[in-house]
Design a binder for this molecule. Structure first.
Ligand SMILES: Cc1cc2nc3c(=O)[nH]c(=O)nc-3n(C[C@H](O)[C@H](O)[C@H](O)COP(=O)(O)OP(=O)(O)OC[C@H]3O[C@@H](n4cnc5c(N)ncnc54)[C@H](O)[C@@H]3O)c2cc1C
Length: 436
């Protein structure tokens, strides 16, 4: 098959070796044949990767098999992974009832719980690149190309640069859409002993779920790997102090019968999407492009989509229309993040079993901002109307087969499961006539 854009991908750089950068470098190696391109994989070994990111979506299972060329079973073992069939919500919503958000088709489709570091190593093995350990000072577009300035090295020009340097250093309202209707901004991470029974030499086939446990100051994820169990308390640092969060974290571990843990990190994060993810020469990916808290484990999926979209457009579209594609690529990617954000924010709008300051803030002050944040006049995309249309479908007496595959970030089946579980068939606030 002819690839009209191949000439525009002769010299590529990926900056960053976290999950997003490693995925991009492996995708480039997988997509282009060896003689066709030169790839520089650049990272500063003094700047650590985030290293959390242990929940994923089913699309990653397929992609890791394809990129590594290894059978699924081996990939899972290399990742010290388990098969994730969905998310178990404990204490969320209006009904005071626990429920599960399954991937579709239910009990068939699975993702991985995985070790982020090991996924990086696996991807490195399938990457053909020149590795450069250097600090990047600036990445910019110049005369249609991308230019990288280094500390202690001469600048270099590239046809395309993937900027995967992680979270932006500061929030810039001109450049970033602040997803302020999501009420959390910090996480405490603890590593606890594994609860998974292994059979030597075989991948664990047991169905596992990420637990999302509502707590007075936010919620806690519990991710079972074969090497350890990862716990993360996600909260809002302007509403709760670290001491009270740690003390409630201790109480949860006590209740779970966990007697030992290793304190891993306290991570602050923004909920945002960059207005200019791609400028025609530089593509921001991963946490540099967008992030939202990990309730639905969306981050790796965002990176997959950003990388796939940019490479697809550059390779398969004629060079002379690449420039015209730029606004469309941005609109598509921003729309995707905001659709996902609306779905995640809506989870909080129904409160939880706790009537605490955090949950009142989430429901009464944060969530109502969604209308302003996703106003089409502000964000130039249709995320809000798509979100509204999912509720119109949910409230119909009969959903036509043609609509079964509709999605707003997540598929209709996810909206339906969450609506049932949370006790809300509405994106609006106020009492809901849910019974049962
Ligand atoms: C609490 C929490 C839980 C999460 N859970 C999940 C989850 O369950 N599922 C999921 O999909 N995602 C999750 N994530 C997101 C996940 O962490 C990110 O998807 C992942 O870390 C991607 O990060 P990244 O590769 O963009 O950046 P990083 O991991 O921050 O990597 C940045 C890279 O850039 C390099 N770098 C930075 N600056 C420079 C420079 N100036 N010069 C050269 N190199 C540089 C660094 O050396 C590093 O290699 C979670 C995040 C948080 C905060």
């Amino acid at each position: 098959m002819t690839q009209p854009g191949i000439e525009s991908l002769r010299k590529i750089a990926v900056v960053g070796r976290g999950t997003a950068g490693s995925l991009a470098a492996a995708c480039v190696s997988n997509l282009l044949s060896e003689d066709d391109y030169e790839l520089h994989h650049i990272y500063d070994s003094r700047i650590p990767v985030i290293g959390v990111g242990e929940g994923s979506w089913p699309s990653l299972v397929q992609q890791l098999q394809q990129l590594s060329g290894l059978p699924h079973e081996i990939v899972q073992q290399r990742l010290k992974g388990t098969r994730k069939y969905g998310i178990e919500f404990e204490g969320w919503g209006r009904r005071n009832r626990d429920f599960t958000h399954y991937f579709a088709p239910q009990q068939v489709s699975y993702a991985y719980h995985l070790s982020a570091d090991l996924m990086g190593d696996l991807l490195q093995e399938s990457t053909r690149a020149q590795h450069i350990d250097a600090k990047v000072l600036n990445i910019s577009r110049a005369d249609g190309d991308a230019q990288i300035e280094f500390e202690g090295r001469s600048p270099e020009s590239y046809d395309l640069v993937f900027d995967a340097r992680g979270f932006p250093r500061e929030h810039d309202p001109d450049e970033h859409i602040d997803i302020s209707f999501i009420p959390t901004n910090r996480a405490v991470i603890r590593r606890c002993p594994t609860i998974i029974e292994k059979t030597r030499g075989k991948p664990v086939q047991q169905h596992t779920y990420t637990r999302a446990v509502a707590r007075p100051h936010g919620w806690v994820f519990v991710i079972p790997l074969t090497a350890h169990t990862s716990y993360g308390y996600v909260y809002n640092s302007s509403l709760s102090g670290l001491d009270e969060v740690e003390s409630d974290f201790d109480a949860l571990l006590d209740a779970d019968g966990v007697t030992e843990f290793e304190q891993r990190a306290v991570i602050s994060f923004p909920n945002f999407v960059h207005r200019n993810i791609y400028d025609g020469a530089v593509a921001r990916i991963g946490n540099a492009a967008a992030f939202m808290e990990p309730l639905e484990a969306t981050a790796i999926g965002f990176a997959q989509l950003q990388i796939g979209m940019v490479l697809h457009m550059r390779l398969n579209r004629p060079t002379e229309i690449h420039e015209r594609d730029v606004p469309m690529v941005n609109r598509f990617l921003i729309n995707n993040v905001l659709c996902n954000g609306l779905f995640v924010g809506w989870h909080y709008s129904c409160g939880s079993r706790y009537d605490s300051e955090f949950w009142r803030h989430a429901r009464d002050r944060a969530w109502p901002l969604y209308l302003k944040v996703t106003d089409p006049a502000e964000v130039d995309c249709a995320a809000l109307s798509k979100f509204n249309s999912m509720f119109e479908l949910l409230n119909q007496a009969f959903v036509n087969e043609a609509d079964w595959n509709r999605r707003c970030g997540f598929p209709l089946s996810s909206y339906s499961q969450m609506a049932q579980g949370l006790g809300s068939y509405s994106r609006n606030l106020g009492p809901q006539p849910i019974t049962g």
